[in-house]
Design a protein around this ligand. Sequence first.
Ligand code: HEC
Length: 137
Amino acid sequence: MTPAVGQQAATEATTPEAAVTKICAACHTMELVTDTPRDYDAWHDTVQKMIDRGARGTQEEFGLVMDYLFLNMTPVDVNHGDADMLMGVLHIDEKAAQAIIARRAVRPFKDLADLEKSVSGLDRKLLESKKRMIFFQ
Ligand code: HEC
């Protein structure tokens, strides 16, 4: 008998990128999603609105969609965000998040350049690409 596994893998999205593309680009372009960064609670409300409009997926897929939105489309204030926010949005480990928190307690960060030169273990390319989501207040 042919295993059914292949069929399931083809229909169920298993990565954040695949889930968001499958579910959120079904009615409109992905640009509509990537044009409007917003905080996690607001994303939650938006996704609920889209479900009311007819967005369909499994529980797991919507979990992956929320992961995608948190990792890629959520802004962070580097001088105030908690460790989980910093780790998720900046894609850094706990150690780097704690280094940011320790440094800003002494002197808040001025800008991206200040952050990059003061904390090691940051992915500069990623920070550059997410510039519009990284704030210093
Ligand atoms: C069943 C169709 C459908 C699906 C699937 C869908 N949307 Fe939408 N979406 C719409 C419609 C219709 C609009 C335009 C109406 C509006 O502006 O609220 C819209 C507008 C938007 C907007 C701009 C308006 C706003 O609320 O800021 C965002 C952002 C958005 N969708 C995100 C998503 C995300 C994220 C997903 C995946 C979870 C998704 N959409 C899936 C129908 C859909």
